[in-house]
Write a protein that binds this ligand. Structure first.
Ligand code: ZN
Length: 59
């Protein structure tokens, strides 16, 4: 079953899954729902640039 982004309702392909650290997700995430990376960045207010985001991502 595909999952859909909570914000833009686009289908999220498995390859696009990303995980962030629990504390970050608690602050900016949507609980058990899913977000596309783009929407997640929007929620973060684009404060994070590449290297910071990559540090947050656990892949
Ligand atoms: Zn989205």
């Amino acid at each position: 079953m595909p999952n859909f982004c909570f914000d833009c309702e686009k289908k999220i392909r498995p390859v696009k899954y990303f995980m962030v650290h629990d504390q970050i997700w608690e602050n900016y995430g949507v609980g058990k729902d899913h977000l596309s990376v783009d929407c997640f960045k929007k929620r973060l207010g684009c404060k994070l640039i590449g290297s910071d985001l990559n540090k947050m991502l656990r892949q």
